[in-house]
Each structure stands twice: as C-alpha cells, then as structure tokens.
Write a protein that binds this ligand. Structure first.
Ligand SMILES: [Zn+2]
Length: 215
C-alpha cells in the first residue's frame, strides 16, 4: 500500500531530502515512516530501495515489513497517489466546489487539467467522503471528548463535500485543543488528509482494509 508522509512541502525540498537519505544522513532517515501501516502489526519497517518509476524522475522509497511480508511505497504528501501530478490542483478544485463555484469556473481556474479529469477527482473525493468523515470524527472524539461534533457537522449532512470540509475543520479544532500551535493546512486539506489517513486505522462501521486515499 501507499504510505503518505510529510517529506518536504514541494519537489525541490523532497529531492534534497532524498539525496540526504541516500547518502545515509541519519537525521533525514528519521523522517521516513518507521512502523508498519497495518493496524494489526505496527512492527518496524525496513528500507527496501528507491524506485524511479514516477514521472519527472522523482525517486520513491520502498519499505518492507518482514512480519507482513509486504512492501509499501512512501509517497510525499504533495503528490497525488497513482497520478503523476501534484495534489495542489486537487485541493484547489475541492475548495472551489465547496465554495459553490460551477464546473466551468473550476475548469477556468485550473486550466492545466481537463474538466473531465477534475470531475473525476471530485467524484472520487465524493465517493470516499463518508469513510473519511467516519475516521476523522472517531479520532476527533478521542482527542477531545467534549467537542460538540454533532453540532459542528449536522448543518452539512446534505452535502458530502461540505460535510468532509467540516469534518476536517472539526478534527483540527480537536487537535488544537491539545496543541494550540498547530497550523491548519488551509490550502492543502486533502493532501494533509492523505498523510493522516495513511496511518489511521479504518473506522468501525466501515469495511476493513486500507484507509482511503484520494485518487
Ligand atoms: Zn507489518
């Protein structure tokens, strides 16, 4: 599966980090994911090489869990899983749709992708929204049992994208009760979600297996 990690905020920072990791820089290596993403396992992961299959020649790290006998790919958070492009336009399309812009306004704002592609992203987000809202709500309640989650989410139950947006904001509210210095990733909520979901266990009531990741 894919483990999305915060390894620099753009291509240049990521490349620099990869160079440091590959030259054995311990501080850089510590930033790579260390435990198995399988919620029933959690054992330490072992490095399993660097691939170059990604468009643009970016190297992606592979890790191996010896207990599960599975390799996983470590994806920097700004890249869209299974796609050769970055997450920023996906986040932008999501934001514009939540704000009520028409498909044509969204397509005008994100000129480098076709309307069909943008609609496919949004459909995927729409399809996964319920699962993600369930995971974020569960974890927000764990972080802050006094959070009035139902009050925060109820106004948006008729619109999955708005509900997802509200669940992300509610989750951050819960995080900030614990650490007020946390910065909300306002322009990259879905990219951030991917980082979170790649380590979160599926919520109860949703099917077992991997936590959902956009695209
Ligand atoms: Zn494992």
């Amino acid at each position: 599966m894919i483990i999305v990690s915060n390894l620099g905020s753009n291509v240049n920072e990521y490349r620099a980090l990869v160079d440091r990791c590959r030259s054995g820089d311990r501080e850089a290596l510590r930033l790579l994911p260390r435990s198995c993403p399988n919620p029933k396992c959690g054992r330490r992961l072992h490095g399993h090489g660097w691939s170059t299959e990604r468009k643009g020649g970016l190297r992606l790290h592979r890790v191996l869990c010896r207990r599960c006998k599975k390799t996983h790919v470590v994806l920097p958070w700004f890249l869209a899983p299974h796609r050769p492009h970055e997450m920023d336009p996906v986040d932008q399309a999501f934001r514009l749709r939540v704000q009520g812009h028409s498909w044509y306004q969204v397509a005008d704002a994100i000129a480098e992708f076709s309307l069909a592609t943008i609609r496919r992203w949004i459909r995927r987000i729409h399809d996964l929204a319920d699962k993600v809202v369930a995971i974020l709500s569960r974890d927000a309640r764990r972080l802050d049992p006094e959070l009035h989650l139902d009050t925060l989410l109820r106004p948006f139950t008729g619109d999955r994208l708005k509900l997802l947006d509200a669940a992300i904001a509610a989750f951050w509210l819960a995080c900030r009760r614990i650490d007020p210095s946390l910065d909300f990733p306002a322009s990259r909520p879905l990219a951030w979600c991917n980082v979170y979901l790649s380590t979160a266990a599926p919520a109860t009531g949703t099917e077992q297996g991997e936590a959902p990741i956009w695209l």
